[in-house]
Design a protein around this ligand. Structure first.
Ligand code: HQG
Length: 179
């Protein structure tokens, strides 16, 4: 099984376009593994249901959550149906890796969720560098004054160890730490 291709397809379905596979997520973003399996079988003829359970062992990141025969993407959604999270108190600082070319707009408008439902933040600088490298060989790392923003009523959501989500963050809470 090509787990990279399978993972990309599962992310595409659970984060972006379940309807293209004639699937519907519930309000928490969950779907029955059996239904996902049936839909995936059209593209992955050799798929075994255990491949879906195994997908997490074949990835560097924890992107999905499995519970009671259901699966969901933990973060990254762009669906119009908004996934709701319980807000958490953030640490003093979180980090965001991005591209140089986005900086003027970020300085002007702040960090926006763009095509996704939430802004994605990293718990540590190394993770932010990896995220930023998806957009720029030499990414810019922003230090987000998360606790200060939270105290000013901006909401944050902890999804798993490395990934935090937030509402838009005005640039007054951002410092450039690595250019
Ligand atoms: C930028 C991956 C212009 C933002 C990663 C980012 C992450 C602005 C890009 C997760 C802006 C959106 C999400 C503004 C923000 N003007 N550009 N005002 N505000 N941006 O991919 O955070 O591997 O949607 O800086 O590891 O890079 O898929 O977000 O560069 O956790 O599991 O707009 O996706 O996870 O890009 O990445 P993205 P992201 P997976």
């Amino acid at each position: 099984m090509n787990y990279t291709k399978l993972g990309k397809t599962i992310s595409y379905i659970l984060r972006h376009h379940p309807e293209e596979y004639h699937l519907e997520l519930d309000e928490g973003g969950w779907i029955c593994i059996k239904d996902l399996f049936e839909a995936l079988k059209e593209r992955f003829q050799e798929l075994d249901i255990h491949d879906i359970y195994n997908i997490m062992n074949h990835s560097d990141k924890k992107r999905y959550e499995i519970k009671d025969g259901k699966i969901r993407a933990i973060y990254g959604h762009s669906l119009s149906q908004k996934i709701e999270y319980q807000s958490s108190i953030p640490p003093d600082y979180l980090f965001h890796g991005t591209a140089h070319r986005f900086l003027p707009s970020i300085i002007q408008k702040g960090l926006l969720s763009m095509d996704r439902q939430y802004v994605h933040l990293s718990q540590d600088i190394d993770t932010a560098i990896k995220v930023g490298k998806r957009h720029d060989k030499q990414p810019v790392i922003l230090k987000v004054h998360a606790k200060k923003a939270y105290n000013d009523h901006i909401l944050f959501y902890k999804t798993q160890d490395q990934v935090w989500l937030s509402e838009s963050i005005p640039s007054k809470y951002l410092d450039i730490i690595k250019e």
